[in-house]
Design a protein around this ligand. Structure first.
Ligand code: COA
Length: 243
């Protein structure tokens, strides 16, 4: 089963996260599939729309079974952090359609997109600290950039999750709708009526608003990836001792 459905419809690339049995956890195969689309999609103007092929979920984050085994070297390879850097830097706009939990790397995937549309089922959270790691793929700063430090602190330190309404109030969600596909397509169509070249240059211009890089986060994650605490906490998740 392919972990990423890719369908091109005119100028829109529909990218369906498709690991329903693992709640769309981002393993290396899925990350590589998204990387491959990014490389191809940068050749011609388009809008990328991420969604889940399964209703009621967006993505449950990095694959904890893989994460548990990753060491400092893997952290320094910046598997998810690198993907989200390239996604954020994609030449043309990107949209996330969030219809359920967007947790950890799932939230960071949505944060790296230009727009987030949510259904009433959407939930945003960064549970990394309860797994002994940090939100090292952009959560530490993209979240603060969108929501302000107060909300980012609450979500990162305490694991607080925002429902769709709270996320919209915090600036994390652009629109709440019960027609994610239709509204996503409409937003893409509005964008596509404008000048692709001017859009690309505007996106480049807005990159100067970036407050930080993920360099520190990647190094800190390398430290945490080798801790016994992380291994124990992830094992507890996988064995369901904590839930
Ligand atoms: N990585 C790997 N596997 C994951 C996963 C993840 N991030 N999230 C869920 N899964 C797996 C579960 O282990 C379970 O596998 P199993 O059927 O082989 O036991 C399966 O997906 C279903 O998960 P379950 O928790 O039963 O689904 P749910 O619908 O009750 O809850 C979530 C969905 C997303 C709320 C819940 O799975 C969850 O909290 N996931 C972890 C989120 C997280 O901590 N992410 C941060 C990663 S850095």
């Amino acid at each position: 089963m392919t972990p990423l459905y890719v369908r091109r419809d005119g100028f829109v690339w529909w990218l369906g996260l498709n690991r329903p049995d693992k709640r769309n956890a981002l393993d290396e195969v899925l990350v590589a599939a998204i990387e491959s689309v990014l490389a191809e999609a940068r050749l011609a103007p388009s809008v990328l729309i991420f969604y889940s092929t399964t209703p009621g979920i967006f993505a449950s984050g990095a694959d904890i079974a893989e994460l548990r085994e990753r060491d400092a070297d893997a952290a320094l390879r910046a598997i998810n952090a690198g993907l989200f850097e390239r996604l954020e830097a994609h030449r043309w706009p990107t949209i996330a359609l969030v219809d359920g939990p967007a947790l950890g790397g799932g939230c960071e995937l949505a944060l790296a997109c230009d727009f987030r549309l949510a259904s009433e089922c959407a939930v945003f959270g960064q549970p990394e600290l309860s797994l002994g790691i940090l939100a090292g793929a952009g959560g530490n700063w993209r979240l603060a950039q969108l929501t302000g430090l107060a909300t980012a602190r609450r979500m990162l330190y305490t694991g607080a999750r925002l429902d769709a309404g709270a996320a919209q109030a915090a600036g994390l969600v652009d629109e709440i709708t019960d027609d994610l596909t239709g509204r996503g397509a409409a937003l893409a169509a509005t964008i596509a009526r404008r000048s692709w070249r001017a859009l690309e240059l505007t996106k480049l211009a807005l990159r100067s608003q970036r407050p930080a890089t993920t360099t520190f986060d990647i190094a800190a994650q390398a430290l945490l990836f080798e801790s016994a605490d992380k291994y124990e906490r992830m094992t507890a998740f996988l064995e369901r001792r904590t839930r």
